[in-house]
Design a protein around this ligand. Structure first.
Ligand code: CU
Ligand code: CU
Length: 281
């Protein structure tokens, strides 16, 4: 069973295994298929039309399945690899080991945001950006630019305490847990982290930056924590809602995956924080 751990606790060997698997998927073209899929969904998801990956209730199950597919590809390269999560309420500065040259590499240079060190630096010739939104072929970042701050534990806790999963009109103006976690309202949690990293993370092609996976693995973990705090709160909407994916409707691009299929992460993996917990019947 896959156990997802905090990136802060990975050993040097585990970091190397993860970055090597990322580089291998990049080399074979598998990686960029995922970037292409994300780019297409982010661009077509809209508040007043169909929304699948973003701006609607299925934001969380869609990304859970997207990460599962990606993790399965990593595990074809190296079965020991699991997606780490980045707890940005704790590891919250550009000086964090997350951004060291033996892992993600650091921020970009001032004039164009080019990441200069680590496995994904352009000079290493192993991380060319091919699914892009601009003219630059290199990975770009600007960590904490303009004095931006990552969300705090208190801000996360306030959102985890919200009892209702989602609410009409089921888009980026909704009240409820999902929209506050996605970050269109309130403290801006998930969206604000994309902004803090900057560069490619600010674009529809955000998975070009491999930190995307660790950010979303943590968002996914927060969903699991919300479920633990609110065991009687269901996924909403239950049925028959135009333009959004209700509980038992299939989510594109998969033919056969519904939000209901994604509700219990323990079918697929656990987090290091719940290792000793008994499996739910
Ligand atoms: Cu996304
Ligand atoms: Cu995101």
């Amino acid at each position: 069973m896959t156990v997802r751990k905090s990136q802060a606790t990975l050993t040097a060997d585990e970091k190397r295994a993860f970055t090597n698997a990322l580089l291998e998927l990049k080399r074979t073209g598998v990686y960029d298929r995922f970037v292409t899929t994300h780019n297409a969904f982010l661009r077509s998801d809209s508040d007043f039309g169909d929304r699948v990956g973003h701006r609607g209730p299925s934001f969380l199950p869609w990304h859970r399945r997207f990460l599962l597919d990606f993790e399965a590809e990593l595990q074809k390269v190296d079965p020991k690899v699991a997606l780490p999560y980045w707890d940005w309420t704790v590891d919250r500065t550009p000086a964090s080991s997350l951004w060291a040259p033996d892992f993600m590499g650091g921020t970009g240079r001032p004039q164009d945001g080019q990441v200069l060190d680590g496995p994904f630096a352009y000079s290493g010739r192993r991380w060319n950006i091919t699914v892009g939104v601009d003219r630059y072929p290199f990975l770009r970042r600007s960590l904490g630019a303009g004095g931006a701050q990552l969300p705090t534990k208190a801000e996360v806790n306030a959102v985890l305490d919200m009892p209702e999963y989602d609410a009409a009109p089921w888009n980026s103006s909704s009240g409820g847990f999902r929209n506050h976690l996605e970050g269109w309202r309130g403290a801006g949690l998930h969206n604000r982290v994309h902004v803090w990293v900057g560069g490619h993370m600010l674009t529809a092609a955000s998975p070009n930056d491999p930190v995307f996976w660790m950010h979303h693995a943590f968002v996914d973990m927060l969903w699991a924590e919300w479920q633990r705090r609110h065991p009687k709160s269901p996924y909403l909407p239950a049925a028959a809602t135009p333009n959004v994916v209700d509980l038992r409707r299939p989510m594109r691009p998969w033919n056969n995956v519904t939000p209901a299929d994604m509700l219990d992460h323990r079918r697929f993996y656990t987090f290091d924080t719940e290792g000793a917990a008994p499996r739910r019947p």
